[in-house]
Ligand binder design. Structure first.
Ligand SMILES: C[S@@+](CC[C@H](N)C(=O)[O-])C[C@H]1O[C@@H](n2cnc3c(N)ncnc32)[C@H](O)[C@@H]1O
Length: 212
């Protein structure tokens, strides 16, 4: 039993959504840019993006990597993986579930996950964060960007409406609901280095930088 959409529904929905997903950029761009800035791909050697989507962030990451650096991405949706492959042919991609990452312990020094945890079931979030902890090396950095609770009157109003729409039909909201991840990230044995809320066009996003 899940309190969100199932992985099967997410896969079908994002296969259908494909490139249309980029229309959401106008609400998410600033938070994603801040997350990328905090993660500093320019000094990464092994970079993993969980839930790569259409590949826009992966293109930025790949372009910033130093010589010898490698980028990897996973997603449940084949359509999303195809779109990322077209945008970033140099990146290493595979179809996988964030709940069970197909990588060895300590494989990465950076991990990015934007607008994915907010569509996963509450019960699986600790397992997913444990996977992020497992595949990062000691000192490795994690950035999470997710829809969150409002911080001012317009964003609180918008999130109130969002929750109502989500209750009626989660897919009208892309399957995403607001989260506050700080406690779960600490329980997963990460140290939080920064937490910010970025509001773009009334949509609040939590940006967390943490270290393993
Ligand atoms: C809202 S989109 C975000 C995509 C991208 N990270 C971005 O910020 O633009 C969510 C993505 O997560 C993928 N996804 C959903 N559930 C997943 C899971 N359990 N494991 C891996 N990917 C998942 C979807 O297929 C989709 O590409």
């Amino acid at each position: 039993m899940t309190d969100t959409i199932t992985p099967q529904t997410a896969q079908r929905f994002y296969d259908w959504l494909g490139a249309k997903h980029d229309l959401g950029s106008r609400f998410e761009r600033q938070a994603k840019d801040r997350g990328l800035e905090l993660l500093d791909a320019g000094s990464a050697q092994q970079f993993l993006n969980v839930g790569v989507g259409t590949g826009k962030e992966q293109r930025t990451v790949q372009a910033a990597l130093p010589p010898g650096g490698q980028s990897f991405g996973i997603d449940l949706s084949r359509e999303m993986l195809d779109l990322t492959r077209q945008r970033v042919p140099e990146t290493n991609l595979c179809q996988a579930n964030a709940e069970q990452l197909p990588f060895a312990n300590g494989r990465f020094d950076r991990l990015l996950c934007t607008y994915v945890l907010d569509l996963l079931g509450t019960a699986v979030l600790p397992q997913v964060l444990a996977e992020f902890h497992r595949v990062l090396q000691p000192g490795g950095k994690l950035v999470l960007v997710s829809l969150t609770e409002g911080t001012d009157a317009p964003s609180k109003l918008l999130i109130g409406l969002w929750k109502t729409a989500y209750k009626l039909h989660p897919l009208t909201c892309g399957g995403c609901r607001p989260l506050q991840l700080q406690t779960l990230v600490q329980q997963a044995r990460f140290s939080i280095l920064k937490r910010e809320v970025v509001v773009q066009l009334g949509v609040p996003s939590e940006v967390i930088l943490a270290e393993r």
